[in-house]
Write a protein that binds this ligand. Sequence first.
Ligand SMILES: NC(=O)c1ccc[n+]([C@@H]2O[C@H](COP(=O)([O-])OP(=O)(O)OC[C@H]3O[C@@H](n4cnc5c(N)ncnc54)[C@H](OP(=O)(O)O)[C@@H]3O)[C@@H](O)[C@H]2O)c1
Length: 265
Amino acid sequence: MSAEIGFIGAGKMAEALIGGLIAKGVFDRDGIVACAPSAATRERVASTQGIRVLETAKDVCSEAGIVVLAVKPKHVPEVFAEGLDLSGKLLISIVAGLTLDKMNSYVPDTKNVRVMPNHCCMVLEGAMGYCCDQSLTDSDRARVASILEAVGLAVEVREDYMDAITGIAGSSPAFLYMVIDAMSDAGVLNGLSRADSIRLAAQSMLGAAKMVLETGKHPDVLRDEVCSPGGATIVGVRAAEDLGLRSAMIAAVDATVERSRDMSR
Ligand SMILES: NC(=O)c1ccc[n+]([C@@H]2O[C@H](COP(=O)([O-])OP(=O)(O)OC[C@H]3O[C@@H](n4cnc5c(N)ncnc54)[C@H](OP(=O)(O)O)[C@@H]3O)[C@@H](O)[C@H]2O)c1
């Protein structure tokens, strides 16, 4: 093998992963290859990432020991129709909705992994769930974790939880962008500029998220820590409760999970 890892597809998500793997030193540039049908993509990714970008999935599979499938769902059948030699290799798919069963139907003798990431991988702060075939050894699993953790937090789950992962991780940035936008409206309402309001709301969300992850405290405990008795924050908390902030967030995630279940039936 002349490359350690190869990407089938060289779009936004593949580039995010490639950038993370290089930045975190998981693989050298020399150990990474990718492919894309269009010359424009090949030239762009070769120049931005400093890796070799080949033409076909078959080229990638003949060079790489670990393969990441990062094409749009509609392109999956044509990729496997190339007759890929993936025997015994790790195949990590980030394709939405592509189940382990379906992967096994294309490549039965491959160690398959299904991942549901979110687009925050592009800033190396992704959140993702993944599930693995029984055939993966502990060292395969450790390898998969080290690859995914290059672009964020990765949690292994049973495959039947992948729809829940879609709601809590895959789609949830959309809901959080809505919260940031709404908070910035309140900033503008109170005289701040739009630009300052967006930056301050976004940084507050980033800081609060870090507090949860780094202190390990329950979010309710942290919320209580910023609410002085009789102060301004508890008044805001009551207003958010009165207007159903919690119920709205539960409903948003839950509706996404339901829709994801419907789509995979
Ligand atoms: N974007 C997200 O936020 C997100 C989140 C979760 C999961 N995902 C999943 O990630 C996957 C990739 O998404 P993306 O946003 O990175 O898509 P993208 O930017 O459109 O990239 C897709 C890449 O696949 C290449 N491609 C198309 N047909 C191919 C073929 N036959 N062989 C090899 N490569 C081929 C395209 O090449 P050309 O450039 O030459 O056309 C392109 O480089 C999707 O399945 C999506 O469900 C995405």
